[in-house]
Design a protein around this ligand. Structure first.
Ligand SMILES: [Mg+2]
Length: 420
């Protein structure tokens, strides 16, 4: 099978995550071999994370503590603090979202972002990868390192991230495959454990080159499941069918910190997520004719509804649609139930030039409404002075980015100021 070379995903994997967070929190641990353990000083338990200094001695996740101590007598054992790692997770994801929307959070220290438009050009993708890495160091913590992989599928992007650790940045383009991964063991590939590797060897597939040569049907037979076929497509850089439809929507979601769980606060988060999605919508020349809102109260059933309207890229129109959905949410779930998560998504996307004329809406010569032209101008300011340079007054106290100074307009400029 030929491979599909477009760089569609950026995969981020924090290096030695728990141990790095501990080194970030406690500077005395930096540069020292550290193992994070479930409970302090229990020889029968395993390390659940090891710093790179400890890895150099052969200590890794799963190493028994008594053995880790033998390998590395100076090893510092630190009891795990999961709340702290969750807190850092949110700060890291918030920083990633300053650069790219997160397509999927894979685990506490891994996320995949989907690249669209010019983000798929290798130099642009590499620049985004560097910016995310630098942003995490500058805004979350300079003891944190991550590996970034950029490739055509989530699977290949994860493989790319695994190729260079720590602090890697690897692109896998069509020309790099399979050459760049031929040196890997079968079990180095995500999704191939010891059992599946044994299965593969039994079928005569003993290395990555032989795996690469298999057709989808053959992998399906070896896996005895459609999972094998999907793995084959993903390995060759093709998107899985259910992912291929995701380009038809632009969405953001956020797990809410305790301080943001009251509906009135969560509403501001949902508005901020929508404003971010709208920037992307305009950047790629689309108008959205649908908006979805999902809000998950801590204890009540999830609320999820959509509205449809004439396609627009005007954030004010989209915010008004969000208000309608939010009022429905409050009516159904009450104004007091704390929320754990909120998501928004824009759908029914049409290229702006393909939008059917609506004679009741005044348009300028370039086909945009005045509101759309205003937001396009604001996007340009944001691009020049940094995302967050321009913010609605109602949103300005909401630091989705957690850190970094913001210059907020205290009023929204009149559209006339941007008309020419
Ligand atoms: Mg990791």
């Amino acid at each position: 099978m030929r491979s599909s070379g477009e760089l569609r995903y950026l995969f981020l994997d924090l290096n030695a995550y728990f141990a790095s967070v501990e080194q970030q929190e406690n500077p005395r641990l930096r540069g020292r071999p550290v193992a994070v353990v479930p409970m302090a000083d229990t020889d029968t338990t395993c390390a659940i994370a090891a710093s790179y200094e400890a890895k150099a001695f052969g200590v890794k996740t799963g190493t028994r503590i008594w053995e880790a101590r033998r390998l590395c007598p100076d090893l510092v054992l630190v009891p795990a603090r999961h709340d702290l790692y969750v807190d850092y997770h949110h700060r890291i994801m918030a920083e990633v979202e300053n650069h790219l929307p997160i397509h999927k959070v894979m685990s506490i220290d891994e996320a995949a972002c989907r690249l669209i438009g010019d983000e798929r050009e290798p130099e642009r993708a590499r620049t985004l990868g560097r910016a995310i890495k630098a942003g995490i160091r500058a805004k979350v913590g300079d003891a944190l390192r991550c590996s970034v992989g950029i490739a055509p599928s989530v699977l290949t992007a994860k493989i790319a991230a695994d190729l260079e650790k720590p602090d890697g940045l690897v692109l896998l383009e069509a020309k790099d495959l399979p050459g760049r991964i031929l040196g890997l063991q079968l079990t180095d590939l995500p999704g191939i454990g010891e059992n599946m590797a044994a299965h593969l060897v039994h079928a005569g597939v003993t290395d990555v080159a032989a795996l690469w040569a298999l057709a989808p049907k053959q992998m399906r037979a070896i896996w005895n499941s459609v999972v094998g076929e999907r793995f084959c497509y993903a390995l060759h850089g093709f998107e899985l069918p259910e992912l291929a439809t995701s380009r038809r929507s632009i969405g953001h979601s956020r797990v809410l910190a305790p301080a943001r769980r009251a509906p009135a606060r969560a509403r501001l988060v949902a508005r901020a997520l929508l404003l971010k999605a709208a920037v992307r919508l305009r950047r790629y020349g689309y108008a959205a004719g649908g908006l979805g809102l999902s809000a998950r109260p801590l204890e009540l059933a999830r609320f999820a509804q959509e509205t449809r309207f004439p396609p627009t890229q005007d954030s004010f129109v989209l915010l008004a649609e969000l208000e309608r959905l939010w009022r429905r949410f409050l009516a159904e779930r009450g104004a007091r139930a704390p929320l754990i998560k909120t998501s928004i998504w824009l759908f029914r996307l049409v290229p702006i030039e393909a939008r059917v004329a609506d004679f009741f809406v005044a348009r300028r010569a370039d086909g945009l409404t005045r509101g759309e032209a205003l937001w396009t101008a604001l996007d340009r300011l944001g691009a020049r002075y940094g995302r967050g340079a321009v913010a609605l007054a109602s949103q300005r106290d909401l630091a989705l980015q957690y850190l970094g100074a913001k210059i907020a307009f205290t009023r929204v400029p009149d559209p006339i100021e941007f008309d020419e």
